[in-house]
Design a protein around this ligand. Structure first.
Ligand SMILES: [Zn+2]
Length: 202
């Protein structure tokens, strides 16, 4: 069976290309304009991340919701809220962390003898950060779809691919109330949940 992360990798791949383009286009900076350039890169990165992640969130939500769907605006608001929420797995608020990454990038370029290495590092960090964000957004869209459908209990499913989580193995098939799903225990966890149908139990 397909997992909810089916479209997630496509979103990540597309965004990575966009980030690469942004850093490439901004190669002509010096100490006079680096702050300005760093704002341009990261503002644009946030914009494209919001747009693409909203598309991803809508796809996931609509695929798993039985009685309804997200409008484009709802999906967009969902992503904006997620960017402003504290994430217990990453231990940061996405928007704050983006600001910190932008500031560190500008500082690095200003103080380094090899600014191109700072550019490469900043790009890698942004790519890793957004990979995590896309995974989180996928999972949260799934939880939201089930919650909005009135699902009460869900079953934890451990990812069984090359990303298999040894730390999640103990959770496999465990059932949780939908409002008490534990946080992902580590970064890049691709576990997900399935709804447990309301049935009369013997
Ligand atoms: Zn996991």
């Amino acid at each position: 069976m397909a997992t909810p992360y089916e479209k997630t990798d496509k979103t990540i791949a597309y965004l990575n290309k966009q980030y690469a383009k942004l850093f490439r286009n901004a190669m002509s900076f010096d100490e006079l304009n680096v702050i300005e350039v760093s704002h341009e890169i990261y503002d644009e990165a946030i914009k494209v991340t919001e747009q693409e992640t909203a598309r991803l969130v809508k796809t996931v939500y609509d695929s798993y919701r039985e009685e309804g769907s997200f409008s484009a605006e709802e999906a967009y608001s969902f992503v904006l809220a997620l960017m402003l929420a504290y994430n217990p797995v990453t231990k940061y608020v996405y928007r704050n962390e983006i600001d910190r990454k932008r500031a560190r990038f500008a500082e690095g370029v200003l103080s380094s003898d090899t600014p191109q290495q700072e550019v490469a590092l900043a790009k890698r960090l942004l790519i890793a950060m957004n990979k995590q964000f896309a995974d989180d957004a996928t999972f949260e869209a799934l939880v939201k779809a089930y919650t909005d459908d009135g699902v009460e209990r869900v079953r934890w499913i451990t990812a069984v691919d090359d990303r298999r989580c040894p730390t999640c193995k103990a959770r496999h098939n465990k059932i949780y109330p939908i409002d008490k799903i534990p946080s992902k225990p580590h970064l890049h966890c691709r576990c997900y949940i399935q709804k447990v149908d309301k049935v009369v139990e013997a």
